[in-house]
Design a protein around this ligand. Structure first.
Ligand code: 5AD
Ligand code: SF4
Length: 463
C-alpha cells in the first residue's frame, strides 16, 4: 500500500522546486504526496532561514507534529519526521537536540540521499546529513515525472558568492554552482514533454549562471543566462520563460539582448535593489549604486519597453537614517514597480550586519516598512488598473475557488481570474481585462481568439 508523504514548504521558489524533487526521490520507496499531515507516514518540513520569523515557524510546527506523531494508532508504524532546507542546514544539531520527534535532518544539498536517510531512520537511527557533497545532486535524482502542471520550476543555479552582509544564503546554500547547460536543456525538454508550457529558471543568483557549454566541441566554453534562454526558447512546447532571482550586477549584454529578441521571455523581471541609498548599498556589500541600478533598468527597458519590474527591499538596515530611507522611497517611485516585496531588516546569526552596533529600534523599522509598503501598494494598484480594457495572453494554471473559475497569469505575472465554461487549464488564451484589484485582475476569455502576444505598453506606475 502506498505510504503517505506530506511536505510543507516554506520560503522561496527554490524550496518549492526542491520539495517537488524530494517527492520524486521518495516515489520509488512507495511514498505518494498528500495534502494533510494528519495520517501521513512521513512529514517533511522544507524550511527557510532567510529571516527570523521564517525559522521560528519551524519549531512551532514541530510542536504540532509531535502531537500527531504521538497520536499514531497501534500498527500504523511511526510517523517519520524530516526537517530539510536552510534551517536544517544552519541549525541541524540544534534541531536534533531540541526536537526529539525529528528523525531526519538534511540540507538543500543532500536531499538526493533521501532513500539512504529514510533507511537509517527506519532502523531507529536519527539521521543528520548537512554536507556539501562532491557528487552532482541533480545527476543522482530520478528523472522528472511524466505529467507536470502548465508552469514548472527548473533550478539551474544554486548558492551565492556575493556575501551581502545581511544574508544567510552564502552560508546555508553554499558556494555558487551552475548546472551544465546540457543537463538543464534535457530537464526542460522533459518538462515540456510532460505538459509544462512555462518554465521559470531558478537560482539564488540566477543571472550569474555560467553552465558548462552544451555542445560536444565545448573547449571549456560556458553558457550564460542569455544564451541559455535562447536555447530554451527553441524547445518544442516551451512558450513562456521566466527567471528569478537576479542580481543587478549580473545583467550582462547577452541577457539584455535576450529580453529584446526572445518573445518567449516574459516581460516581467524580479530585480532586487534592497535600498536606494548608496551608503547603505555599500554597507550591504551590494557592489552597485542606486544610479547603477537605474542604468541597468534603462538598458532593459530600452530592449523591452513593456518590461514590468519587481524588487525586494530591506528597511531599517543597521544605521539607516531617515534621509537614507527616503532615498529608497525615491528610487522605488522613480523606477515604478508593478509589485515588490519589502522586509524589516532581521539580524541573522553569523552574518556581518548582525554584529553591527547601530541596530535600529523595532518601532522605527515598522514605521518605515509601513510607509514603503503604502507606496508599493499604490504603485501596484496603478499598474493593475492600467491593464483594464487591455487584451492579455493568459496561461491558465489552476482552478479557482468557485466552480467554473480558472486562475492564470498575465505576461506581467498578474494573477487573472476568469469564469470559463470549458476546461482552460494549460491553455494560453487572450483575455480582456475587465477589473483590477489589489492583487489580481478579472477578465473574460476572448472567444475563438488565437494565443497572442501581450499588448499594451508598460503602464505608468507613478503613485
Ligand atoms: N533581513 C531582512 N530581509 C532579508 N532578506 C534577506 N536577508 C534578510 C534579512 N536578514 C530579503 C532580501 C532578499 C529577500 C529574499 O529576502 O530582500 O532579496
Ligand atoms: Fe543573499 Fe546577496 Fe546572495 Fe542574494 S545576492 S542570495 S541577498 S548574499
Amino acid at each position: 500500500m502506498a505510504k503517505k508523504l506530506f511536505i510543507k514548504t516554506y520560503g522561496c521558489q527554490m524550496n518549492v522546486y526542491d520539495s517537488a524533487r524530494m517527492a520524486e526521490a521518495l516515489a520509488p520507496l512507495g511514498y505518494r504526496s498528500v495534502e494533510e499531515p494528519a495520517d501521513a507516514d512521513m512529514v517533511i518540513l522544507n524550511t527557510c532561514h532567510i529571516r527570523e520569523k521564517a525559522s521560528e515557524k519551524v519549531f512551532s510546527e514541530l510542536g504540532r507534529l509531535r502531537a500527531l506523531k504521538d497520536e499514531r494508532p497501534d500498527g500504523a508504524g511511526p510517523m517519520l519526521i524530516g526537517v530539510a532546507g536552510c534551517v536544517a542546514q544552519a541549525e541541524g544539531e540544534e534541531i536534533l537536540r531540541r526536537a526529539p520527534q525529528v528523525d531526519m535532518v538534511f540540507g538543500p544539498q543532500t536531499y538526493h540521499r533521501l532513500p539512504d536517510l529514510v533507511a537509517r531512520a527506519r532502523r531507529g537511527e536519527r539521521a543528520l546529513d548537512t554536507d556539501f557533497p562532491a557528487e552532482d545532486k541533480f545527476a543522482t535524482l530520478p528523472d522528472r515525472p511524466r505529467a507536470v502542471s502548465a508552469t514548472a520550476f527548473l533550478t539551474i543555479q544554486e548558492g551565492c558568492d556575493k556575501f551581502c552582509t545581511f544574508c544567510v544564503v552564502p552560508y546555508t546554500r553554499g558556494a555558487e554552482f551552475s548546472r551544465p547547460a546540457a543537463e538543464v536543456l534535457a530537464e526542460a525538454r522533459a518538462l515540456a514533454a510532460a505538459g509544462a508550457r512555462e518554465i521559470t529558471l531558478l537560482g539564488q543568483n540566477v543571472n550569474a549562471y555560467h553552465g558548462a557549454y552544451h555542445g560536444a566541441d565545448a573547449n571549456g566554453r560556458e553558457e550564460g543566462l542569455g544564451g541559455l534562454i535562447r536555447r530554451l526558447a527553441e524547445i518544442e512546447g516551451v512558450e513562456r520563460i521566466r527567471y528569478t532571482t537576479s542580481h543587478p550586477r549580473d545583467v550582462d549584454d547577452a541577457l539584455v539582448a535576450a529580453h529584446r529578441d526572445v518573445p518567449e521571455l516574459m516581460p516581467f523581471l524580479h530585480l532586487p535593489v534592497q535600498s536606494g541609498s548608496d551608503r547603505i548599498l555599500a554597507a550591504m556589500n551590494r557592489r552597485h549604486t542606486g544610479d547603477d541600478y537605474r542604468r541597468t533598468v534603462d538598458r532593459l527597458r530600452a530592449a523591452r519597453p513593456d518590461l514590468a519590474l519587481s524588487s525586494d527591499f530591506i528597511v531599517g538596515y543597521p544605521g539607516e537614517t531617515e534621509a537614507e530611507f527616503e532615498a529608497t522611497l525615491r528610487l522605488a517611485e522613480e523606477i515604478g514597480y508593478a509589485q515588490a516585496y519589502s522586509f524589516k531588516y532581521s539580524p541573522r546569526p553569523g552574518t556581518p550586519a548582525a554584529e553591527a552596533a547601530e541596530q535600529l529600534a523595532e518601532s522605527v523599522k515598522a514605521e518605515r516598512l509601513a510607509r514603503l509598503q503604502a507606496l508599493l501598494n499604490r504603485m501596484q494598484t496603478v499598474f493593475n488598473e492600467a491593464s483594464i480594457g487591455a487584451e492579455m495572453a493568459v496561461l491558465f494554471e489552476r482552478p479557482g475557488r468557485r466552480p467554473g473559475q480558472v486562475i492564470g497569469r498575465s505576461p506581467f505575472m498578474q494573477s487573472v481570474h476568469v469564469e470559463a465554461a470549458g476546461d482552460l487549464l494549460g491553455e494560453i488564451l487572450p483575455v480582456r481585462i475587465a477589473a483590477a484589484h489589489a492583487n489580481s485582475l478579472t477578465g473574460v476569455a476572448v472567444a475563438g481568439g488565437p494565443a497572442m502576444p501581450p499588448i499594451g505598453g508598460r503602464a505608468e506606475v507613478r503613485a
